[in-house]
Write a protein that binds this ligand. Structure first.
Ligand SMILES: Cc1cc2nc3c(=O)[nH]c(=O)nc-3n(C[C@H](O)[C@H](O)[C@H](O)COP(=O)(O)OP(=O)(O)OC[C@H]3O[C@@H](n4cnc5c(N)ncnc54)[C@H](O)[C@@H]3O)c2cc1C
Length: 317
């Protein structure tokens, strides 16, 4: 079985999710072949050098691929799929992959499953597991191969897979007449809040209920020496600024400690924090999906726990 993996990268570094896709391919005993699209062969080779766990790399080089271009990426992945006929094409279910995977599925006539959190081989059938309804259900889809899956970032660990750089084979793809071009890259302004590099984060969810009780959360964060963060409903409601949002459409974080209160653990939230070193969840519902991910949990009312926690942490100092 052979998997063709679309390798996302930025600023000369392959994404963690590409390494995770490699690990997932290996978990079903498949060969992992990466597709790297970059400006020139030198950039392709430098990126391939970071894919020690992959068996081979196909490179496509063109000026239009210097930064991610959805049209060029779809054409390159379609061409590589048609030329190499992999059993499975894998993309990340990222902002890019959520558009790329169905695009290539239509172009190649392949069946596609999104939101995938795990793969299982059952004889000749490939089962793709997708978490749906905010993590409350897992849907198992038996796929007829060849197919395409778009996999949730953080679904598996990429750790422990390293080796020599895989052999690179360059491929020519006609990228003339693209209907999209990248004109500008906008870097978010520096607000002084840097969740991505924070060592400790205290994240509160919708259960906070409003800004009236935010001081309780700020006190816990201050006593802990942690950055305060929020799930998406907290940001959407305007209780905290967008720079403090963790998750799929917020910041991806990897602190040593991720303490969270009143957050259910929806896949879009997990996508931003599941790789934290130590996750401790506080939730009043013992059935909350977050307890499937957290290393430690407390089933209790966050409004009772927050002041008590602040007191203990402050007394400890
Ligand atoms: C395309 C897309 C992108 C998204 N991006 C993001 C993202 O970046 N980040 C993100 O977070 N979400 C994101 N979401 C939303 C996501 O699907 C969830 O809706 C969201 O994460 C839920 O937030 P929550 O856990 O705070 O709220 P809820 O799911 O409402 O959970 C609240 C939790 O609080 C608990 N609770 C209630 N009262 C108490 C109490 N007194 N004490 C303790 N616990 C209590 C409840 O049991 C519940 O588990 C995205 C969704 C989509 C479709």
């Amino acid at each position: 079985m052979r998997c063709l993996i679309f390798v996302e990268h930025s600023d000369g570094t392959v994404s963690e999710s590409a390494l995770e896709l490699g690990a997932m391919a290996k978990s079903i005993g498949a060969e992992a072949v990466g597709l790297i699209c970059a400006a020139d062969p030198g950039a392709v080779n430098a990126l391939a050098g970071q894919l020690g766990s992959f068996d081979a790399v196909i490179g496509v080089a063109d000026d239009s691929l210097a930064t991610y271009n959805p049209d060029a990426a779809a054409r390159a992945l379609t061409a590589a799929t048609e030329a190499h006929k992999p059993d499975l094409v894998m993309t990340s279910y990222s902002a890019a992959g959520v558009d790329l995977a169905p695009n290539v599925a239509i172009r190649t006539g392949r069946q596609m499953v999104g939101y995938v959190s795990g793969l299982e081989l059952d004889g000749d059938t490939l089962n793709a597991m997708s978490t749906v309804y905010s993590g409350k259900l897992v849907a198992r889809t038996g796929m007829d191969l060849p197919g395409i899956v778009a996999v949730m970032p953080g679904a598996v660990k990429a750790d422990g897979l390293s080796g020599g750089a895989p052999a690179v084979e360059m491929m020519d793809v006609d990228l003339s007449g693209l209907r999209m071009r990248v004109t500008e890259t906008l870097v978010p302004e520096n607000t002084g809040v840097n969740l991505a590099d924070a060592e400790k984060i205290f994240c509160v969810g919708r259960a906070l209920g409003g800004t009236e009780k935010i001081e309780l959360a700020e006190n816990v964060a201050a006593a802990l020496g942690a950055e305060l963060a929020g799930s998406r409903p907290v940001i959407d409601a305007g209780w905290m600024p967008k720079v403090r949002q963790v998750g799929k459409s917020g910041t991806k974080v990897k602190p040593r400690l991720y303490l969270m209160a009143g957050v259910s653990g929806a896949p879009e939230h997990l996508e931003g924090m599941a790789n934290s070193e130590l996750i401790i969840a506080i939730n009043s519902d013992e059935q909350a999906p977050i307890f499937g991910t957290a290393h430690y949990g407390a089933v209790c009312d966050m409004f009772e726990l927050m002041p008590a926690l602040t007191e203990r942490l402050t007394a400890g100092k």
